[in-house]
Design a binder for this molecule. Structure first.
Ligand code: NAI
Length: 465
C-alpha cells in the first residue's frame, strides 16, 4: 500500500516543480509530486521546447536559402511542415519521458492528478488526504486573454505551435517573447507576418540600442512590426479574420490565423488562496520571500505562479532556493539579489536571437553607476564570417571598479554565449581578468572578450575609436 505521509509535497510538475522534487529527493526527503496535466508543464509540452524545435528547423531553412542565394547550394530549401510537426511531437515525448524516468529513478512518487490544498501540511486528491511537513506550489501560468471583441477568433501560443499548416497571412497580437519567436519561425516557413504591439517599442525592459538592431534585422527578413498599435476588434471574414487596429491612424488587415500573445498570468488551480491565507502580489501572483516562503509557514511557491521572470531556468533556481531552506542548508539567494545586478539570463530565440544578462547601460545609469559600454561586431569575427552570421555584442562595465555588469548580444549563438557572459557578470570580471582569459580561436566567444576590452579602448580586433 502506498503511504500518505511525506516530507515534501510538490504541486505541479513543470520545470520548477519536477526539478525541486528531484533536488529534494537527492537531499534524502521523501517526496510526492502531483501533476494533473503532462509532466514537464508548459516548457516541455507547449512552450520553450516545441518552440525551439520549430525555430531550429526555420533557422536551418534560412541557412540553406542564404547559401542558395550565394550559389553555393543549388537548390533552395524545400520542406515538409507535416514532418517538422511530427518531429516536434517526438522531441516532446522523448524529453517528458526522460523527466518521468528521472523522477522515478530518484524515488519521487508521482500522482497524475490535480491536488487541492486548503490547509498547510495537507493536500487532497480524489478523496485521499496526503500529509507533508512542507509543500511547494509550482502551478505555473496560462496565456492571458484580453477583452477585445472577437478575441474568440484568435488562437493561443499552444495552438500556434501545433498548427497543421503554415498560414499564408499571420497576424500576431503582442510583440513580446512569444509573439516575436512565433513571428520569426512562421516568417521562415513562408507566412506573411504582421505583429501588432501596443507599446511604443518592443521589449522596453531590454537594451534600447540592441533591440533596435534586432528589430531592424527582423524587419529585413520581412516581418511587419507595428508598435504603438491597439487592436480594437477582430471579426470573422469567411475563412479569414479581419483585424481592426489603431496606430497613427485606424487600419485593418486580414489574417488566416490570428495569434494572441499578450502575456501569461499565474494560475493556482486547486490552491485555496483565501482559505490558506496566502498573500498575493498586485498582479495576483503568490507573494514569496527570498527563500520562496509564502505568507503561510511551510508553504513555498516557485515558478510562474510567483511572477517575476516567467522563465524555466528562473523556476529551477527558485526550486533550489526553496529546497535549501527546507533542508536548512546554507542560504542560496538567487544570484544578483544581494549585489543588485540581476544575473538571470534572458533570451529571445528569434532569428537572429537576443541574449542578455546583468544590467543594460540605462539600468546601470539609473542605479547611479558610472557605466561604460564596449561593443564588437560579428563582422569582425572569423567564426561569425565563416558561419555567415551577423550580429553585435555589447558589454557594460563599471568605469570605476572596471567590473563587468552586463552583456547583451544580438546574433547567432547568443543564448549559448550567455552562459559565459552570465559567469563574467556574476563574478564581476575586471578588465585585467578579461585580458588574462584565453578564449578559443576561432569562436564566437572571442567577441565577448573583445567587447569587454573595448569598454576601455583595449580591444585588439575591434574598430579603432
Ligand atoms: P510578454 O509579457 O513578454 O509580451 C506580451 C506583449 O503583448 C507585451 O509586449 C504587451 O505590450 C503586448 N500586449 C498586451 N496586450 C496587447 C494588446 N491588446 N495589443 C497589442 N499588444 C498587446 O508575454 P508573452 O510574449 O506572452 O510571454 C509570456 C511569458 O513567457 C514571458 O514572461 C516570457 O518571459 C515567457 N517566455 C519566455 C521565452 C524565452 O525565454 N525565450 C519564450 C516564450 C515565453
Amino acid at each position: 500500500m502506498e503511504k500518505n505521509r511525506y516530507d515534501l509535497i510538490v504541486i505541479g510538475g513543470g520545470p520548477g516543480g519536477y526539478s525541486a522534487a528531484i533536488a529534494a529527493a537527492k537531499e534524502g526527503l521523501s517526496v510526492l509530486l502531483f501533476e494533473g496535466g503532462a509532466i514537464g508543464g508548459t516548457c516541455l509540452n507547449e512552450g520553450c521546447i516545441p518552440a525551439k524545435y520549430l525555430l531550429d528547423k526555420a533557422a536551418a531553412l534560412e541557412k540553406v536559402r542564404a547559401l542558395t542565394d550565394k550559389e553555393i547550394f543549388r537548390e533552395p530549401g524545400m520542406f515538409s511542415f507535416k514532418k517538422i510537426q511530427k518531429g516536434r511531437e517526438e522531441v516532446i515525448k522523448k524529453l517528458t519521458g526522460g523527466v518521468a524516468y528521472l523522477l522515478k529513478a530518484n524515488g519521487v512518487r508521482v500522482i497524475h492528478s490535480f491536488a487541492s490544498l486548503t490547509e498547510a501540511g495537507k493536500a487532497e486528491c480524489e478523496g485521499q488526504v496526503y500529509e507533508a511537513e512542507d509543500i511547494i506550489i509550482a502551478t505555473g501560468s496560462k496565456s492571458m486573454s484580453i477583452p477585445i471583441p472577437g478575441a474568440e477568433y484568435t488562437i493561443n501560443s499552444t495552438q500556434a505551435l501545433a498548427l497543421e499548416r503554415v498560414p499564408r497571412r499571420l497576424v500576431i497580437i503582442g510583440g513580446g517573447v512569444i509573439g516575436m519567436e512565433l513571428a520569426s519561425a512562421y516568417c521562415s516557413y513562408g507566412s506573411e507576418v504582421t505583429v501588432l504591439e501596443a507599446m511604443p517599442e518592443l521589449f522596453p525592459a531590454e537594451d534600447e540600442r540592441m533591440i533596435a538592431y534586432l528589430k531592424k534585422e527582423l524587419v529585413k527578413r520581412g516581418i511587419r512590426i507595428c508598435t504603438g498599435c491597439k487592436v480594437k476588434v477582430i471579426e470573422k471574414a469567411g475563412q479569414s479574420r479581419r483585424v481592426f487596429f489603431e496606430g497613427e491612424k485606424p487600419e485593418e488587415l486580414y489574417g488566416d490565423t490570428v495569434i494572441l500573445a499578450a502575456g501569461r498570468k499565474a494560475v493556482y488551480q486547486g490552491i485555496d488562496v483565501k482559505k490558506l491565507g496566502l498573500a498575493l502580489t498586485g498582479k495576483k501572483e503568490i507573494r514569496v520571500d527570498e527563500h520562496m516562503q509564502t505568507s503561510v509557514p511551510h508553504i513555498y511557491a516557485i515558478g510562474d505562479a510567483i511572477g517575476g521572470y516567467q522563465l524555466a531556468h528562473a523556476a529551477y533556481a527558485e526550486g533550489e532556493a526553496a529546497i535549501a531552506h527546507i533542508v536548512g542548508k546554507e542560504e542560496m539567494p538567487l544570484p544578483g539579489k544581494r549585489s543588485g545586478v540581476p544575473v538571470m539570463p534572458r533570451c529571445i530565440y528569434t532569428m537572429p536571437p537576443y541574449g542578455a544578462t546583468g544590467l543594460t547601460l540605462s539600468e546601470a545609469e539609473d542605479k547611479g553607476i558610472d557605466a561604460v559600454r564596449g561593443e564588437f561586431s560579428y563582422s569582425g569575427n572569423g567564426m561569425a564570417l565563416a558561419e555567415g552570421a551577423t550580429g553585435l555584442v555589447q558589454v557594460v562595465m563599471d568605469r570605476e571598479s572596471e567590473r563587468t555588469i552586463g552583456v547583451q548580444i544580438v546574433g547567432e549563438g547568443a543564448p549559448e554565449l550567455l552562459a559565459f557572459a552570465a559567469l563574467s557578470v556574476k563574478e564581476g570580471m575586471t578588465v585585467k581578468e578579461w585580458q588574462r582569459l584565453i578564449v578559443a580561436h576561432p569562436s564566437l566567444s572571442e567577441m565577448i572578450k573583445e567587447a569587454a576590452l573595448d569598454c576601455f579602448g583595449k580591444s585588439v580586433h575591434g574598430a579603432v575609436r
